[in-house]
Design a protein around this ligand. Structure first.
Ligand code: URA
Length: 184
């Protein structure tokens, strides 16, 4: 267990716990406010994130930024991370052993941030955190409370790039999250 983000950064900096270390350019730990009330969890870095060392800076991230901006959410006021911290090749889903190897870092992040709300972006985040029995189609847009944390699954922004009809749901979901945040 670590007490500070500096310790966590030290712990992760040469990580070789799984095969994703072989092709990475950067470990992508996080972005945003490290004492935020709200945490967004995506799947894993893509090419842009791997190149820059920051989560959600590519196309999907830009879409999320647009939604944040439109709803008056400041990206620098929220905490953003991913299930795995290194890019899976060809943007495939992270494999079970990779997720398991990386999960301790996420546990440390949650313990340091102590978020009130965790937004789960897409199926990989949802199933990893809440269990395989959940699916994004049925769970999105609903609050699920566990151990004093309010979880809120919604679509992964990359899904909106593939299917524009999902945008309105994502937008409304973030609006709901913002309302909850304002009332905390
Ligand atoms: N998709 C993710 O899940 N995370 C990122 O950081 C970028 C794209």
């Amino acid at each position: 267990m670590v007490d500070t983000f500096e310790q966590l950064e030290e712990q992760i900096k040469d990580c070789k716990k799984c095969k994703l270390c072989n092709n990475r350019n950067h470990i992508v730990l996080d972005d945003g406010k490290r004492d935020a009330k709200i945490m967004f969890i995506g799947e894993g870095p893509g090419a842009d994130e791997d190149a820059q060392g920051k989560p959600f800076v590519g196309k999907a991230g830009k879409l999320m930024n647009q939604a944040f901006k439109g709803l008056g959410i400041k990206r620098e006021d929220v905490y953003i991370t991913n299930i795995v911290k290194c890019r899976p090749p060809m943007n495939r889903n992270p494999e079970k052993d990779e997720v398991e190897a990386c999960l301790d870092y996420l546990r440390e992040q949650v313990m340091l941030i102590k978020p009130k709300i965790i937004v789960l972006l897409g199926n990989v985040a949802l199933k990893t955190i809440l269990g395989n029995e959940y699916s994004i189609t049925s769970a999105r847009g609903k609050w699920i409370e566990k151990k004093d944390i309010m979880y809120f699954p919604t679509f992964h922004p990359a899904a909106l790039l593939r299917d524009e009809t999902k945008k309105i749901y994502f937008w409304n979901d973030l609006k709901e999250v913002k309302n909850k945040l304002n009332n905390l």
